[in-house]
Design a protein around this ligand. Structure first.
Ligand SMILES: *[C@@H]1O[C@H](CO)[C@@H](O)[C@H](O)[C@H]1NC(C)=O
Ligand SMILES: *[C@@H]1O[C@H](CO)[C@@H](O)[C@H](O)[C@H]1NC(C)=O
Ligand SMILES: *[C@@H]1O[C@H](CO)[C@@H](O)[C@H](O)[C@H]1NC(C)=O
Length: 392
């Protein structure tokens, strides 16, 4: 009883009521280009759903693809919070310039408040990729000022939301890299605790750790025993002054494919050198130029977990870990993540499944985090991964 009370008090103190009861945060991103996949996602398992993405133009005005469809795509459960996410990988194009211009920054904050009212939102998730550091190749960034300007935006937004909605506290969450925000000189800041006041929740993107840009086949989302890993990233944010109770650890509901180089022994593909060209992931993966910057048409190599299950790689209803020929499956025990290898094409896919997701949810609990975040919730298959989180 006393422990429960203490936990509740700590949660209330740390998280501005992010978790108003003892329930953990399960924060899911719903991409507005995958609304047809909502049915397989078991949305009832999520405490927070964020529509991704609202994109600012160069003046700070917002737009969102499929806005009406996104708002109509599900009926929130009682107590479920609905947010919008600002920016994202492609949509961060103008953020550095907007945040660095007081007038445009104000326009953006005004728009966010207006959209909160117009669409009945419970708050905003800001997904600036990345403050003070290169994201998509053509996006400007300002290593000197981006982080301070981001703090100015969230501080202003907090004030505006409090004034506009005094009786209905709104949420501000941030999607972040695995390392704390960069400061002048492009070095992660040792202390980012100033963000912990105006921000309710930090959604750490604990995936895309390796992929086609790396030298060797490795884990998309290592739990431990790698740099970075789930454990090291959470620790880095805690060490930089963000309370564990305000952190949601990001879980990928997808995997990434690379092609390992020709070799005689494929029995343990982790660590093998890879080819420069990324292979096609699932049938949904199209060869396209970067959505924001253009350039050559390339595959992403992404396999939604759902596609691994539905496109014949992991087809068994009873045994999600059983791979079908020519795929073989293994577990990288160091990083606690499964992989798949296609023996014919040498495609190697590092991904997460119910067992690895459960291990991550367990570590989130052990580290006393607010909970977990999911990108994207539409990657699920019949709610299998959401169920794995729930069971923990
Ligand atoms: C931005 O939105 C405001 C208010 O809706 C409007 O007056 C202004 O013309 C817009 N600016 C641009 C560049 O679209
Ligand atoms: C950072 O902000 C300062 C003060 O506004 C400005 O003088 C400087 O040019 C900015 N740095 C960059 C790289 O834009
Ligand atoms: C990795 O762990 C799995 C599950 O615990 C086990 O079956 C397997 O033998 C281990 N593999 C290695 C190489 O240790």
């Amino acid at each position: 009883m006393q422990l429960v009370l203490l936990t509740l008090l700590a949660a209330a103190a740390a998280g501005r009521g992010v978790c108003a009861d003892s329930a953990r945060v399960v924060f899911g991103y719903l991409p507005t280009w995958q609304l047809d996949q909502v049915a397989g996602a078991d949305l009832a398992r999520y405490t927070h759903v964020s529509l991704a993405f609202a994109v600012p133009d160069s003046a700070g005005n917002l737009s969102m693809d499929n806005l009406d469809g996104a708002l109509a795509s599900f009926t929130p459960q009682a107590g479920q919070r609905v947010l919008m996410s600002l920016g994202g990988w492609s949509g961060s194009k103008h953020l550095s310039a907007i945040l660095g211009d007081a007038r445009k920054r104000r326009t953006l904050a005004e728009q966010m408040v207006a959209w909160t009212r117009a669409h009945g939102l419970d708050g905003w998730d800001i997904d600036f990729e990345y403050p003070g550091r290169a994201g998509a190749a053509c996006h400007r960034f300002d290593a000197e000022n981006d982080t301070a300007n981001l703090l100015a935006l969230v501080t202003d937004l907090r004030t505006r939301l409090a004034a506009e909605f005094p009786d209905a506290p709104k949420l501000i969450t941030l999607a972040t890299r695995h390392t704390p925000f960069d400061g002048p000189g492009g070095v992660p800041l040792a202390d980012v605790s100033a963000f912990a006041g105006p921000v309710d929740l930090f959604n750490l993107m604990l995936y895309d750790f390796t992929g086609g840009w790396a030298q060797a086949a490795g884990a998309n989302a290592a739990l431990d025993n790698a740099a970075p890993s789930f454990r090291s990233a959470v620790q880095a944010w805690v060490d930089a002054g963000i309370p564990a109770g305000q952190i949601a650890a990001g879980l990928p509901f997808y995997g990434r494919a690379v092609t390992v180089k020709e070799t005689r022994d494929l029995s343990d593909p982790v660590g093998l050198p890879i080819e420069r060209t990324v292979p096609q992931g699932s049938s949904e993966d199209a060869e396209e130029p970067d959505a924001s910057c253009g350039g050559p048409a390339v595959f992403s190599g992404v396999w939604a977990y759902r596609s691994l299950r539905s496109e014949g790689v992991l087809p068994s209803a009873d045994e999600p870990a059983a791979a079908a020929e020519p795929w073989v499956r293994g577990v990288d025990n160091g990083t606690a993540t499964p992989w798949l290898l296609n023996r014919e094409t040498r495609a190697f896919v590092s991904y997460d499944d119910p067992a690895s997701i459960a291990a991550k949810a367990r570590l989130a609990d052990d580290m006393r985090l607010a909970g977990v975040m999911v990108w994207p919730l539409t990657g699920d298959y019949n709610g299998e991964l959401a169920e794995a989180i729930f069971q923990e």
